[in-house]
Design a protein around this ligand. Structure first.
Ligand SMILES: *[C@@H]1O[C@H](CO)[C@@H](O)[C@H](O)[C@H]1NC(C)=O
Ligand SMILES: *[C@@H]1O[C@H](CO)[C@@H](O)[C@H](O)[C@H]1NC(C)=O
Ligand SMILES: *[C@@H]1O[C@H](CO)[C@@H](O)[C@H](O)[C@H]1NC(C)=O
Ligand SMILES: *[C@@H]1O[C@H](CO)[C@@H](O)[C@H](O)[C@H]1NC(C)=O
Length: 530
């Protein structure tokens, strides 16, 4: 009697503990901590205002994917008993791994889901479901191609399917005479070149050459036991006339270059994404990020339907991001390395975006961890500070409160170009680098962010200091200032893109940045997981 009561109490306790520890949080992304062997990764090329503009010759539309399933190959091992066969048919993949561990011969079957023909599709080429309007418009064609590739890579999941990690590559050149980019979402007129907009001449806004090594299996080195390694890669250059005969990375340090290699041991650990980015005289402003984008709807800075990894859209203040980052080379003094870059979209009256580029506003916030990046926000430069800073307890400190405002925590703040009630003095965001108006808040390591797990000192997480971060991105992004029209209900701050990477912002000489990202996850409370 006593014993069974004890057992009941005990089992109740265990239940409660399990609920408390296990059931409270779930991952918002399709591949929590990048552990899934069957990888889903894609790449996209953006021009200055996040469109295509012109396809690079022979490359097709700048969208490509590398997605595959991995199975234990049938028939390589004959189980000695029926129960073992049943076990294997359930846990076959794990067994494939165990089998390899023991040094038995084993084979994996890697089935790629996206062909080279798919990846080379360019404007005018037909594919299943391509809208007629897209066939003659390079910008719309890329959108349709992304959805098509997403369809090939899609993984069914709860509460909705997901498609891929997105490698985003952007060329910062703007040809002010070409009128390819709108001004705050409205049709622009040509204007004379300005130093803040680099361009070597006509064609400077081109898309890159893209080369692809499909993921393959590599057996462990001779004499080593253990599972095989999977490795694949996208790489290339913006210099369309570059002589690549010597192979890349080019010995010629004067050409732009990018590479993302992904690698993982079968059944073990996380994928490691190894990034490399080099600017050049002709391409002094380049961006390379790894993004977790929305799986449906719009993503940050993109006014078209998108595909991605965030099957649940994280919303402030309730989410955390975990990521391991190792910066190997910083990219020079102009490299705005983003430990965390968030992109979302809402209107100035707080309503969600609906695709109307004149009233939608992209909201970005980034923590720049390059210690060479300084605070421009200062008591004598209030126009680039947000109007107020909010402490974790909710207290607001106005930027004119020189004794208390943490100026050193802010690199620069810029206001949306369509804000009607901006507080003086203000500094408007660049009107051309986004399909619609934008608002940007760039912060720096500072004790003000310590409560959210962010770096508090310059140099933390930088070259020589690889770290695994667990960041309260939800809490921080709730506390940050974003503009809204007076008297309007606060926007739901939803972040359709979360990414890590660098923006080498108009380098004076060719600069190199190199870093790895692994173990990425976004965690949300279970009751908010919709
Ligand atoms: C590999 O997997 C694919 C898809 O599951 C299957 O069609 C094919 O027969 C498999 N190949 C081998 C050699 O097992
Ligand atoms: C990777 O792709 C490039 C360009 O297509 C090719 O030259 C190279 O041989 C490939 N490397 C491997 C290891 O397959
Ligand atoms: C790189 O460019 C500089 C200046 O344009 C030139 O002096 C140098 O010879 C070039 N180096 C190579 C390897 O092409
Ligand atoms: C600081 O700004 C607030 C809000 O705009 C204003 O009410 C206050 O008078 C200002 N104080 C000083 C000293 O300028």
């Amino acid at each position: 009697m006593f014993k069974s009561a004890m057992l009941r109490v005990l089992s109740c306790l265990i239940c409660l503990l399990l609920k408390a520890c296990v059931a409270e949080y779930v991952s918002a992304i399709g591949d929590p901590r990048m552990r899934r062997d069957g990888l889903r990764v894609a790449m996209e090329g953006w021009n200055f205002c996040n469109e295509v503009g012109d396809e690079a010759p022979g490359m097709g539309s700048p969208r490509a994917a590398d997605c595959f399933d991995l199975h234990c190959q049938q028939g390589t091992y004959k189980p000695p008993s029926l129960s073992l066969s049943l076990f294997l048919s359930t846990y076959g993949h794990g067994f494939c791994f165990l089998h390899a561990e023991k040094g038995f011969p084993t084979r994996y079957n890697m089935t790629h889901l996206v062909t080279e023909k798919d990846n080379k599709l360019g404007v005018g080429d037909c594919f299943d479901g391509v809208p007629l309007t897209a066939l003659r418009d390079v910008d719309l064609y890329a959108v349709a191609k992304e959805l098509y590739l997403g369809g090939k890579c899609q993984v069914e999941d709860d509460p909705r399917p997901w498609q891929f990690w997105m490698i985003m590559l952007k060329n910062g050149n703007l040809d002010t005479a070409a009128v390819l980019c709108p001004e705050n979402g409205k049709k622009a007129a040509p204007f004379p070149p300005e130093p803040r907009f680099p361009c070597f001449g006509p064609g400077c806004m081109n898309q890159p050459l893209v080369f692809h090594n499909y993921t393959t299996l590599l057996e462990p080195a001779a004499g080593r036991k253990g599972p095989p390694t999977m490795r694949g890669r996208f790489f290339g250059t913006y210099d369309l006339d570059a002589d690549l005969c010597g192979g890349l990375p080019g010995k010629n340090k004067n050409i732009s270059y990018y590479s993302v290699t992904w690698e993982k041991e079968v059944g073990r650990g996380s994928w490691v994404f190894h990034h490399y980015l080099r600017t050049s005289e002709k391409y002094p402003w380049l961006m390379l990020y790894l993004r977790s984008d929305a799986t449906t709807g719009l993503s940050g800075g993109y006014h078209y339907p998108t595909r991605g990894m965030s099957k649940i859209i994280p919303q402030s203040p309730d989410f955390m991001v975990r990521v391991t980052l190792e910066v190997k080379q910083g990219g020079g003094p102009k490299s705005q390395f983003y430990l965390m870059d968030m992109g979302g979209c809402w209107k100035n009256d707080g309503r969600p975006c609906d695709g109307d580029v004149t009233s939608d506003v992209t909201r970005y916030s980034e923590m720049i961890i390059n210690p060479e990046t300084t605070a421009w926000c200062a008591p004598d430069n209030l126009g680039v500070c947000p109007p107020y800073h909010t402490l974790p307890d909710g207290t607001r400190i106005h930027r004119n409160d020189t004794a208390r405002f943490p100026y050193a925590a802010y690199h620069v703040y810029c206001s949306p170009g369509n804000g009607q009630h901006l507080e003086e003095p203000y500094n408007l965001c660049d009107a051309y680098s986004n399909p619609q108006p934008q608002e940007i808040l760039q912060i720096l390591p500072h004790p003000a962010w310590g409560a959210y797990g962010y770096p508090t000192k310059q140099g933390e997480g930088w070259v020589g200091d690889p770290r695994t971060w667990v960041l309260n991105v939800g809490g921080l992004s709730q506390a940050l200032y974003f503009y809204q029209d007076p008297g309007t209900a606060p926007a739901r701050r939803q972040w359709t893109s979360l990414d890590v990477g660098t923006e080498i912002y108009v380098s004076d000489v060719g600069e190199v940045a190199e870093w790895t990202v692994s173990d990425f996850d976004v965690i949300v409370p279970k009751q908010k997981a919709v």
